[in-house]
Design a protein around this ligand. Sequence first.
Ligand code: PLP
Length: 468
Amino acid sequence: MRYISTRGGSPALSFDEVLLAGLAPDGGLYVPETVPRIDAATWSAWQTLSYPKLAAAVMKLFVAGTIPDDDLTAIAEEAYRGFDHAAIAPLKQFDTDLWVMELFHGPTLAFKDMAMQVLGRLFDHVLTRKARRVTIVGATSGDTGSAAIEACRDREAIDIFILHPHERVSEVQRRQMTTVTSSNVFNVAVKGTFDDCQDLVKAMFADVGFRDRVGLSAVNSINWARVMAQVVYYVWAALRLGVPDRSMAFAVPTGNFGNIFAGYVAKTMGLPIEQLIVGSNRNDILTRFFASGAMEMSEVVPTISPSMDIQISSNFERLLFDMLGRDGAAVDLTMNRFRQSRRFEVPIEVLARSRATFSAYSLDDDATRAAIRAEYRATGEILDPHSAIGVAAARARAKTPGLPVVALATAHPAKFGKAVEEATGVAPKLPQRLADLMERPERLTVLPNDLKAVQDYVLARARAVGAR
Ligand SMILES: *Cc1c(COP(=O)(O)O)cnc(C)c1O
């Protein structure tokens, strides 16, 4: 299998090349040239597989020979070994046709672990075989940084530097990053905002000399391998509920469109998914798009579901590519228009086709707290604000009698404990293994918001520098 860019202007690459490249040189995102189709007999045969075995079976189709089967199986087994729940992604029934799939039993308590734990190991595997080292640099406002650090800690071929805004992340979020004391992990607190951190990362990637010297790489949400690893839990849930003998729906709290796009890929593979329901907070650019066909950027509003406080849903470009008949030139034109005028529109028939599968609902903070409270009263289950938005979107869906819906729960309630306590009066507890998080020693370096200072810090520590 080869991967092509959504903007049509970059050469096709193999999986291992796409893994390390992240973004395509023409600014596009990589997608498979053709998505493999799975028949009913194969879905049925997969029903008895454990989560790691299913992950290996699904990912095998996408790595297409670049990772040996035995290695891929070992990577999948190892990736999910540290999870707190034996089922990895357990399903809970909330109502007659409503299930919730918990994706937060990984090391950092958010769904990003589901893919990141695989990604770190894939990076290490590919780099070791190529006898290369990379330096991963990223900026975080919270969840992504800790998931990336947990995935890359102690990996021989990787050094990871995560920038967070000094004194502007929650204490739990900071400690999840700074209490990891592995020698290849570097936490930098920048005296500035999250945007300053992101600008520093962008500037480091734009500095070609620096980029090559340290072998700069990224594990951000546009990396195809993250989408691939997320396809697995859609298949997992569907098989638990009786697919391929019935069809079903998913509801997904979404920011960057990465999570729900993986559901779309599963549908493209032939998984009988009738509806994909988007849940958003007040940053509702996607909800407005599916209502009107116009993608229109506005200002980011802070909410109690901060991991979805996003105005540009980067992964949407992959859906757009399919919606526009896989015409890279048309995507290029559309995305350039979006960059210039902060707005684009798709033709009415294109919107109609996407609405045959997608619908979208948005909740403000009050409605989110009300949803947390209502689900707690009805079921005794405590949802975090992101997960509650997914469940509320599932309940608001256009109902087809007998069609089951699975809402994805993306974070452990203790990760957003304050909002949860406000809604329910109950303070959710961290899992036992993190109970002493507040007492663990921290390791971080505070640096000024200055490119040279950060680059010097990286140059002095990245092992890839000495290797060249
Ligand atoms: C990242 C994140 C999301 C949004 O996921 P996307 O892939 O950006 O759509 C939702 N909930 C939580 C808890 C997250 O960390």
